[in-house]
Write a protein that binds this ligand. Sequence first.
Ligand code: NAP
Ligand code: MG
Length: 479
Amino acid sequence: MSTVLQLSHFIDNAWVPAASGEQFEVYDPSTEQVIALAARGTAPDVDKAVEAARRAFPAWRDAKPRDRAALLFALANALRERAADFAHWEALNSGKPLARARREILGTARYFEFYAGAADKFYGDSIPLGGDYVDFTLREPLGVTAHIVPWNFPLNMIGRSVAPALAMGNTAVVKPAEQTPITALKLAELALELGFPAGVYNVVTGYGEEAGAPLSRHADIDGITFTGSVEVGRLIMKAAAEHIHSVVLELGGKSPIIVFEDADPAHAAAETAKAIYSNSGQVCSAGSRLLVHERLKDDVLEALVARSQTLRVGPALEDPDLGPLISREQFERVQGYVETGQQEGARVILGGTRPPERARGLFFSPTILDNVRPEMRVAQEEIFGPVLSVITFQDESEALKIANGVHYGLVAGVITNDLGRALRMARGLHAGQVFINEYFAGGEETPFGGYKQSGFGREKGWEALYNYTQVKNIAIRIR
Ligand code: NAP
Ligand code: MG
């Protein structure tokens, strides 16, 4: 990349520089080169964006749902047409492999399509109160919704929460992660081109403390959707408490993939590899703990190591199996966890640092930690890298106890051909989604969200519509 992009906020259908006049650097994690300079947003920029979203709200709310839907369908189609361009920028800016970036852009289009389809179909109820009354409910939008998103699925997560919000008649202010602002702004270009009214979709770029915090504390937002770390999730909840805003939190996990003794080791290994290495393990729902029956452990690990050794780690645009980690900070964090694991008594049986052929950069090898015990930090804390912790169990009840023995509860995988066992596990697991015999099974249609410290509220599917509406009951005495 020779030219460095100049990025502005997108507020009220206009490109606006930071009130402070300052910019911050945006990198390509595959090369650690600066690829863009973005507007460094602070409270005055956030105020402007929230004001624009507020002004836009009444007309957007009162528009015919099918007219809102038409714009959202158009956005979905435009995203599909330009998937290659969007995928290029997403891969360049986030380090994710090009083919994966493309799938995520198509997934984003699918969110806009799915929720466009819901815009004119999310009905209220009519409630029988006897002959003296007519009673019904209205599903009304919240108003101005704030969306604070992380860097691991930059545009896809915007689609996931902004599409249902807009479909239901809310307006939106988005604060992308500091690492990955580009595609949020490219989406703004599309919205502008397609004729979205001013103020419906706004983007303020910047740092969490400087732009995210004033957005989360803003008195004139009505709801906030946050995806990221537990620590920042706590701050978001505290900020929302001040003005009693509604909150959706999606805070990551330490999800188990549980392999029973009747499983096919090759299938279990393939599902485990997908669960932990996708997006270089930088996935909130990554399967980062392999819980394997002690009798099957050697077979599964043998197949998993063999498979892991075939994976290519490299620059995003070369479409490897694993791209780089997002930042030096994240690289050091992941490396630090491998060392912590070793100090705790785990054994590194694969990887553990950069691949030998990549002496520099943010590349991290597929890594397997064996002999992990459930109480170790590497079995309890989110690492957010391609690092798998392997734990054995002897029976179903022990598997369930270990699986549930963490503060998180986002998803869980179960590999078994025993239907009764699969369903007993599914019932017992503390997790918002359970995948049986295929990790990450489901899609834009299936509700997603956490138990325990993984958060609350459900995104994706029909369920998400409840986050972005409130019910008003209207009771009428007719005689
Ligand atoms: P993070 O700090 O929680 O960032 C998520 C988003 O919140 C970003 O847009 C961030 O802006 C913003 N933010 C940060 N501080 C804020 C504040 N005080 N008020 C309002 N918004 C704020 O996560 P991270 O630093 O990128 O990653 C740290 C760890 O979080 C990871 O190692 C991983 O364990 C976890 N994580 C989880 C997910 C998930 O999908 N659940 C995603 C990413 C990270 P900045 O980008 O400027 O910080
Ligand atoms: Mg942060």
